[in-house]
Design a protein around this ligand. Structure first.
Ligand code: SF4
Length: 655
């Protein structure tokens, strides 16, 4: 946690703790009273008796700054608490109830925001009297509209989330949903902005005190001390400088705390974010052979991220080749590195904190050697991609026509009329009815399947040589999945292009792929022709993936065969074979030595396992490390025959 918060956070926290402790224990400290005149010679500089000197009346500046913290911090904290007590419930109500409640609350809120805050504060304090309580109330009330807006926005975001919908579906009352589901989530961003609010309130109180409209003398406040010291700037600048520096550091510390806490509540900054660097660094090149006449060759591709938790090897030494007219499937669990492999091939992996190695050859040209502009000319023309969620892949505020026409005008230089006609042809070719009408529509006006067809049309618009489809059917229902996969295959055959299909659905892969790569912990652990890989599986991980596929032949109420354990933490992967903590065949050697890719008996079939299944080497001693074949069988609910059934089922899919 300390490393994630950073030294700035701890310095800021230490400073605020020091100021708070000083203010709370001011009466116990060996300091003269803040109002004790002639405690020392007037306007004297720092010395042994008065470390920060004295002011114009000979009062100890340190003592006045320490006592002044009581008012400044008291107003800062008190105003935020008061603002939150009024603003947070109104914000939650407006964000959760919406409609009339939201309209009424936000109507009043907008009117309140229209008042000039400082003028209002000046008027109220001048009328009601300059006291600590009045200043606190004025600043607290002035902060209410901002809190209402902030809390309302956060509530709206969280009330749309699935877990809130799930709670409602389960019949939870509104009060329960608010307290259990929404308030705990909203309180995190609110807490971080509360620190920033305190900094704002301290500055506001200082401004009022500077104008003589806060707590009156002789009670000190930081703003008042700066105001008092103004006439002495020439002879005794320390009288102004000391409270100014203390106030500046305190405001800075509150801002730092708020900013860091906000970053902590951001899931993107969970401690695995790359350490900032200027650009991606190259890893040492490994010697490799460049294949002649191959459309796409990926050679020892590596993408590592330097994070505060260590180096994450997201893609680690992946190699394969792909010919025209073929489909290569990349399979594995979530987090195995499939999507990052695609991004690395396309040069779309983030630069910050990235270490890259290996090469990507397209018709013999190494794409990793190209600069940004050269690569941009190849992306969209020779390489194209379709992503998982068509709703997020399409710009919601631009028409379908504008988005499909864009690659045609940018890459192919088509005039607007020609691009529009071609866009309509493309939509028709991917099975969109009334393409001319569809061009005028927005993404939200199409169904999920139609949106994915549009993204495929966009990807195909410039006639790519390789189409990368990153889980293109995951967001679609089963019937639409089949249509989209048929469409991709038809386009592949018509255009004689190659397809790289990322999927975690093995039934899809078995039906649609020619070759398969199985990834685990960023590495290729099995690779080969689809039929061979499914029929003669050698890697226990592949076997476990196949066993996890539900089959129609399973008896009713048959428990799903899940993979035990979790995918490894890529910042600290297990030693030896990364799969060994989850592998029922693991032995001592697996925990110590990482298996290389071995050649199976069928050409082009490779696997990374010391004890491959189906060869006799996988028969396990009962003293195995994390389990045995017997243990695996024991986990089955209905015994050895069922295990045999499962493997036969999986094989038939491969056939
Ligand atoms: S048998 Fe050993 S090497 Fe093979 S997958 Fe299991 S743990 Fe890895």
């Amino acid at each position: 946690m300390r490393r994630r918060l950073g030294w700035g956070f701890w310095l800021a926290l230490g400073w605020i703790a020091l100021v708070l402790a000083g203010a709370a224990a001011a009466d116990l400290l060996p300091l003269p009273r803040y109002d004790e005149t002639l405690a020392g010679p007037p306007q004297s500089g720092p010395g042994p008796d008065h470390p920060f000197g004295t002011d114009g009346l000979g009062r100890d500046v340190l003592s006045r700054v320490v006592y002044g913290a009581r008012v400044s911090l008291g107003v800062g904290v008190g105003a935020v608490v008061l603002g939150l007590l009024i603003g947070a419930p109104l914000g939650v109500l407006a964000g959760y109830r919406r409609r009339a409640t939201d309209a009424v609350i936000m109507g009043f809120n907008d009117v309140a925001l229209a008042f000039p805050a400082l003028v209002f504060a000046l008027a109220v304090v001048a009328f009601a009297g300059a006291s600590l309580v009045n200043v606190l109330i004025v600043l607290g009330v002035l902060g209410v509209p901002a809190w209402v807006r902030l809390v309302r926005g956060a509530t709206m975001v969280f009330s749309e989330r699935e877990f809130v919908a799930a709670a409602r579906v389960l019949g939870a009352r509104d009060r329960t949903v608010l307290w259990r589901e929404i308030v705990p989530n909203v309180s995190l961003p609110v807490a971080s902005y509360a620190f920033i609010g305190m900094a704002v309130a301290i500055v506001a109180e200082g401004s009022l005190a500077f104008l003589g409209l806060s707590v009156q003398a002789p009670t000190p406040t930081w703003g008042g001390l700066i105001n008092e010291g103004r006439p002495l700037m020439e002879n005794a600048p320390h009288v102004v400088l000391v409270p100014s520096v203390v106030m500046f550091l305190t405001v800075l510390a509150f801002n730092l705390l708020g900013d860091r806490l906000r970053a902590l509540t951001d899931v993107r900054q969970s401690g695995l974010e790359p350490v900032r660097r200027r650009r991606a660094d190259r890893l040492p090149a490994q010697p490799h052979h460049v294949e002649e006449g191959v459309l796409l060759q990926v050679a020892d591709l590596r993408t590592h991220f330097t994070t505060v938790r260590g180096t994450v090897r997201a893609v680690d030494g992946v190699s394969f080749t792909l010919e025209r007219g073929r489909t290569l499937a990349i399979v594995g669990e979530s987090g195995s590195g499939k999507s990052m492999l695609i991004r690395s091939i396309l040069g779309l992996a983030p630069d910050a904190g990235t270490l890259r190695g290996g090469s990507v050859y397209l018709d013999g040209q190494d794409l990793t050697e190209l600069d940004g502009e050269q690569l941009r000319r190849i992306l969209g023309t020779r390489l194209a991609a379709v992503f998982q969620d068509p709703m997020t892949a399409l710009n919601p505020v631009r028409t379908i026509g504008a988005q499909v026409m864009e690659p045609l005008t940018v890459h192919l230089g088509m005039k607007r009329g020609a691009a529009r006609a071609r866009a309509a042809e493309l939509l028709a070719s991917v099975g969109i009815p009334e393409p001319a009408r569809a061009l005028r529509r927005y993404p939200h006006q199409l169904s999920g399947g139609m949106r994915q067809r549009v993204t495929i049309a966009m990807a195909l618009s410039c006639g790519p040589d390789v189409l990368f489809a990153d889980e293109p059917t995951t967001a679609l229902d089963v019937t639409v999945q089949d249509q989209v996969l048929r469409l991709i295959r038809r386009q592949r055959e018509e255009r004689h292009m190659a397809v790289v299909l990322v999927s975690h659905d093995l039934s899809v892969v078995a039906e649609w792929a020619d070759e398969v790569i199985v990834m685990y912990a960023g590495k290729v652990v099995e690779r080969g022709p689809a039929a061979t890989l499914f029929e003669r599986t050698r890697m226990p991980y592949t076997e476990a993936l196949l066993r996890a596929v539900p089959k129609l032949t399973d008896p009713a109420h048959h428990p799903l065969r899940l993979l035990p354990g979790r995918p490894p933490d890529l910042a600290a992967p297990p030693s030896g074979c990364a799969f060994h903590p989850r592998c029922p065949y693991a032995r001592e050697r697996c925990t110590q030595e990482e298996p290389p890719l071995f050649q199976a008996e069928v050409p082009d079939h490779l696997y990374a396992c010391w004890y491959p299944v189906g060869t006799g080497a996988g028969v396990v001693e009962t003293s195995g490390i994390s389990g045995t074949a017997e243990a695996l069988k024991a986990a089955e609910t209905t015994g050895a025959d069922e295990t045999t059934d499962a493997i036969e089922g999986a094989d038939s899919r491969g056939r």
